[in-house]
Design a protein around this ligand. Structure first.
Ligand code: HEC
Ligand code: HEC
Length: 165
């Protein structure tokens, strides 16, 4: 039995346009592990060590130009180049506080996000208790007020890289 095209369209179109459906973009942290990690190691370490943000542009410390063209021709990651550029840019300017303060108990931030958190309307929630992560972080692992804001921002950014619309 063949299915008429218009039926496929009514089935597929809502998935494409609905902002609540996720899954059209690859998990950037997985993509890095799959295609970039063998040569460059951990993405945030690489970004902090070799990259910097100057005038809003991501640059290599030994390169004077913006890296977007370079990335397009370097192990091309297809449609994900702009997204990887954004991830490296954020990582280059984020201090390694998750590594220093949290990784003793939580192996990686991306792993913690995948396993335990979801995004709803841009806000990060626990999959387990359904509470906002910002509330859960309050007082967790000796966090102070400024830490809660910092880690909520970092984890929300990572969730946007992992669960892409
Ligand atoms: C086979 C090894 C290899 C793989 C795989 C690889 N790279 Fe590279 N990458 C290199 C080398 C070598 C350089 C340095 C080249 C140069 O400076 O011209 C580099 C440079 C870079 C730079 C610029 C660093 C700087 O200091 O200017 C970025 C950003 C980068 N790679 C990102 C990526 C991303 C993202 C991926 C995955 C999609 C990736 N690389 C996959 C080997 C690799
Ligand atoms: C001493 C160990 C320890 C340290 C250090 C630690 N955590 Fe946790 N964290 C845990 C444990 C254990 C749980 C699980 C609690 C549970 O099962 O309800 C947890 C849960 C969480 C959750 C809730 C996840 C969810 O969806 O319910 C978040 C978010 C979190 N940790 C973030 C952090 C951050 C950010 C840091 C660094 C500032 C950190 N943790 C440091 C042990 C730790």
């Amino acid at each position: 039995m063949t299915v008429p095209h218009r039926i496929w369209l009514t089935l597929l179109l809502p998935m494409v346009i609905s902002p609540v459906v996720r899954g059209s973009g690859l998990d950037l942290h997985w993509l890095w592990e799959d295609r970039c990690k063998d040569c460059h190691g951990h993405s945030a370490d690489f970004a902090r060590r070799h990259l910097e943000v100057v005038d809003g542009e991501l640059r290599g410390k030994h390169r004077l130009r913006d890296l977007s063209l370079f990335l397009r021709n370097h192990y091309p990651a297809g449609m994900e180049v702009d997204a990887l550029y954004g991830m490296l840019k954020a990582q280059a300017t984020t201090p390694p506080r998750f590594r220093e303060e949290c990784s003793g108990c939580h192996e990686s931030a991306a792993g913690l996000v995948r396993e335990r958190m979801i995004l709803r309307d841009g806000v990060l929630y626990s999959r387990i208790t359904d509470e906002p992560i910002e509330d859960l972080l309050d007082g967790h692992a000796d966090t102070q007020e400024g830490d809660v804001k910092f880690f909520t921002r970092v984890l929300t950014r990572i969730a946007n890289e992992v669960y892409r619309l």
